[in-house]
Design a protein around this ligand. Structure first.
Ligand code: C5P
Length: 207
């Protein structure tokens, strides 16, 4: 098999990366694409930095075991299969699955810091930045964090203001200009998604 084509997808929290990815992955056969998300590389809770109120801050680049993340991406790039336990966020009762990442013609690397870590950014053949207005990201995050990640509203608002936004300004937005494609996602991303799909199929010779 040829070396996989590696695409990095980033953007602020709740910018719509997951929906974009779901729609992208659905247009490939399962064996044609492998998704390896940064979320599965959060360090354990006791290793997460605390802010000045003693609240865990999951929004610093130190929150992620990026050495292992980069190592696993390199392995997949070299044709090895990688196993990693799923990260279950704030849901201690959820039993984590064992995830299997198999090499495929297209490898998607996704997360808020994938352009920030040079070890990761250097591995990417294509960089996509999903962009949405701050109030839209906040709206999406309130809904998602309640339904999927087990946080109440006060928690979401506090962390959005104190952790998520400062991180966006410091570690995410400054790398936007390094992206090959910026996808506006305040409303719909359909045309940009079509472009990325067609381009990846061409690059990975899946047509
Ligand atoms: O999916 P998304 O890119 O939004 O995931 C990143 C976000 O996950 C970060 O902004 C971080 O605040 C959040 N997170 C969380 N609880 C954890 C770990 C991360 O809410 N235990």
């Amino acid at each position: 098999m040829n070396k996989p084509y590696i695409v990095g997808i980033t953007g602020g929290s709740a910018s719509g990366k997951t929906l974009f990815l779901e729609r992208l992955l659905n247009s490939f056969e399962p064996h044609q694409v492998c998704l390896i998300s940064q979320d599965n590389y959060y360090k354990p809770r006791h290793q997460q930095p605390l802010d000045d109120r003693g609240i865990h801050n999951f929004d610093t680049p130190h929150s992620i075991d990026f050495e292992q993340y980069a190592e696993d991406i390199r392995k997949i790039h070299n044709g090895e299969t990688v196993y990693r336990q799923e990260y279950t966020f704030n849901n201690p009762n959820k039993i984590p699955k064992m995830l299997e990442f198999k090499p495929a013609p297209v490898v998607v690397v996704e997360g808020i810091f994938v352009l920030y870590y040079p070890e990761l950014a250097d591995l990417l053949d294509l960089k996509v930045f999903i962009d949405a207005k701050d109030y839209i990201k906040l709206k999406r995050r309130i809904v998602r964090d309640k339904v999927e990640r087990g946080y109440d509203l006060d928690d979401v608002l506090y962390r959005y203001e104190k952790h998520v936004m400062p991180t966006y300004e410091k570690y995410i937005e400054p790398f936007k200009h390094e992206a090959d494609i910026i996808v506006p996602n305040n409303d719909s991303f359909d045309r940009a998604l079509d472009l990325v799909k067609s381009y990846l199929k061409l690059k990975a010779e899946i047509i």
